[in-house]
Ligand binder design. Structure first.
Ligand SMILES: NC(=O)c1ccc[n+]([C@@H]2O[C@H](COP(=O)([O-])OP(=O)(O)OC[C@H]3O[C@@H](n4cnc5c(N)ncnc54)[C@H](OP(=O)(O)O)[C@@H]3O)[C@@H](O)[C@H]2O)c1
Length: 318
């Protein structure tokens, strides 16, 4: 259950900073936190209800106050951040977290746009890292499963800028959206199973894996790489066993992204460059006021979103 409650505005201590939130974006991970698809996560997140009370990872706002040991940021700085490692709670009017949770916002972006980036765009960058001893080369064929969601659109944009031919996979009514992101071709997964067409890809990035690892790896070219970010519990557990055998038998890289570094500073720098050069352009489907957080979560959960859904904090009443 999601509740909105009035609480005391926190006071930053030590290296903490208090940020007045302007926008926060919704991620699949927020829903996973509410009712985990990976049941074993409950052992860490709380067996009966989530142990972490706050909700929301991606945040953009303005520093309101800083603790005595915070030296990098000052009041008035426009910042964005991923609160995954800092107690979450981005769906709020204020957040208080160590200063290292935040970076200054790239110039030229609205708070709404900036709030779409920390979790999803950084995941997209990390999914496109060196695999199997190589990075994306000009003309590589790269397929993005889940191209219409949170992470997928950033994968499409970044891979395109690296010279790849990008093939998106989405539901039929979202193919125009995926094409608008720059994809060269879009496959409607309700009509075509990309693993059964005989086509081969140098890279497959699955924001959400919907095919078995053996099937997906058969769609890879020789020395191709398949990286999944999320999947069902069954997929995850079977991947532990199957991943090494595929690598051994085929020389292809196929598996889950396991070394995720939330809001890693070097990746944030790279993201700045990609935003400044116009490669990364946040795609916002809808914005909702904070009071409509449940509607926003439901909209994403029911699979309606094309790109990101953003919560904005109404300042007119404050
Ligand atoms: N590995 C890590 O370290 C790590 C860290 C953080 C987060 N994560 C995970 O990364 C994932 C990020 O996903 P996200 O936020 O981008 O998810 P999302 O927005 O919910 O996207 C899911 C995508 O799956 C597609 N889809 C649904 N059913 C499908 C089917 N039958 N066949 C093919 N595609 C289908 C949807 O396409 P349509 O909308 O077109 O139906 C949608 O684009 C989450 O699972 C999150 O938990 C992983």
């Amino acid at each position: 259950m999601v509740d909105i409650a009035e609480v005391e505005t926190p006071v930053p201590t030590g290296e903490g900073v208090l940020v007045r939130v302007h926008a926060a974006s919704v991620n699949r991970a927020d829903l996973d936190g509410l009712y985990p698809r990976w049941q074993f996560i409950r052992a860490f997140n709380g067996l009966r209800r989530p142990r972490v009370k706050g909700l929301g990872l991606d945040v953009a706002g303005v520093v309101e106050a800083v603790g005595p040991e915070a030296h990098r940021l000052t009041a008035g700085d426009a910042v964005f951040g991923d609160l995954s490692a800092y107690g979450e709670g981005a769906f709020a009017e204020y957040v208080c977290a160590p200063e290292k949770a935040f970076q200054r916002m790239p110039p030229g972006l609205s708070f709404e746009e900036a709030s779409t980036l920390p979790h999803s765009a950084i995941l997209a960058l990390q999914a496109l890292r060196l695999r199997n001893g190589r990075t994306i080369r000009q003309g590589d064929r790269l397929l993005v499963e889940g191209a219409s969601g949170n992470v997928g659109p950033f994968v499409v944009q970044i891979a395109k800028s690296m010279g790849a031919e990008v093939i998106g996979v989405s539901r039929g009514d979202k193919t125009d959206f995926v094409r608008s992101l720059g994809a060269d071709q879009v496959i409607d997964y309700t009509a075509v199973d990309y693993t059964a067409t005989g086509q081969r890809y140098d890279w497959i990035v699955a924001a959400d894996a919907h095919h078995s690892l053996p099937a997906s790896s058969r769609a890879l070219s020789r020395r191709g790489a398949y990286v999944a970010l999320g999947a069902s519990t069954g997929w995850m557990l079977s991947s532990i066993v199957i991943t090494p055998s595929i690598r051994l038998a085929t020389g292809k890289f196929a598996g889950l992204l396991i070394w995720w570094k939330p809001f890693h500073a070097a990746d944030v720098d790279r993201l700045w460059e990609l935003v400044e050069s116009g490669v990364v352009k946040p795609a916002i489907d809808r914005t909702y006021p904070l009071d409509d957080v449940v509607t926003a979560l439901r909209y994403v959960d029911e699979g309606h979103a094309r790109g990101k859904v953003v919560l904005t904090m109404d300042r007119s009443a404050s």
